[in-house]
Design a protein around this ligand. Sequence first.
Ligand code: PLP
Ligand code: ZN
Length: 418
Amino acid sequence: MRFVTGLTCHLCGAQYAPTASWVCSECLGPLEVSYDYGAVKQVMSRSLIESRPHSLWRYVELLPVAEPMTGFYSGFTPLVRATRLADALGIDELYIKDDSVNHPTFSYKDRVVSVAATKAIELGFPVFGCASTGNLAGSVAAHAARLGLPCFVFIPYDLEPAKILGAAIYEPHVVAVEGNYDDVNRLCTQIADRYGWGFANINLRSYYAEGAKTMGFEIAEQLGWRYPDHIVSPVAGGTLLPRIYKGLRELREVGLVDGTLPRIHAAQPAGSAPVVRAIEAGQEYPDPVKPDTIAKSLAIGNPADGFQVVRVVKETRGSAAAVADEDILQAIELLARTEGIFTEPAGGTTLAATKALIERGVIKRNESVVVCITGNGYKTADVMQPRITPPTRIGRSLAAFEEAVGSKIPVPVAAGPQ
Ligand SMILES: *Cc1c(COP(=O)(O)O)cnc(C)c1O
Ligand SMILES: [Zn+2]
């Protein structure tokens, strides 16, 4: 908090103290945390950051907390140079920012929740909760368990079983609402108001969003303190994409990186693509849609920060792609086959959109691109189950093995041990 100057309305610029408010009382615009960048510049250096543990807190001067309380192993996920995938897509320099292995709940949400949970304690909320499409519920419940905080998570009733289990295991109160995410969100806004609870993505949203900047910080640091030419980000509620941009801009503001900011592109499933549709139609504000897609993590029809995504895409000369469910599944398989990374449909969406942007010539062969893979495939194993090749079942003898797979045994390149 040393460097936080307050909350600023994103629309009208009104200033507020850094409390638990998230909308401007003047114009209902969202509130953003602002910092004294001049003062941050005096203390933050590449070598200071590099000397710190590998977690999102290595950028603490640009995060809105007094003292981190959870997330000590969250963030700083691998940035993988994906050469086989790049070859398959016909480009030279492609990286996977791999939040499918984020700690402790295997999605990008551990970043935003580390900040929101710390803030919930700082602000003295009696209960920590969220409205979730799945991954957020698991992350909120895990961080609440670690902190010993009473926890309520609210989800749509039709979530994938593994995502429900992945929240319930930490023993929060799991409330399954008979409606879609947008119904869940509306109910939670009323509960936050009535009971004074802290909801990560509602009344703590201004702080929650700051956690997402760390994805941008890490991409630049892991590329050797430079920007790529392109970043492709998935969009659900619209927190991540604009905050990757905010993070990248802040690094320049405090003198840690220079050069041209990347073009940032939005990826959504065709069955829930209000932001992509708005960008394509040249609209400033997305029209709500009714989601219908296998990418349930991205099934938000009325994204709270959708207009911010539209603005950032425009400002960075980015573009957008909506992709069909079948293309999402094929992209999951492509990533697994070429890079050994298993992502959920949200990741498949981002990769399929990247492929579409390469085919359209938006991303050129000799330009560098970072693809944000935000969730883990094990939580949505049910969508891939019917598509995998079943194991070859055989008897216990060598003859049985040779009979079943003999024709598939590769010819050795060099002689093996005799
Ligand atoms: C939440 C989530 C996102 C992005 O959500 P935003 O609300 O746009 O920040 C992307 N991928 C996965 C797997 C998620 O859980
Ligand atoms: Zn305002």
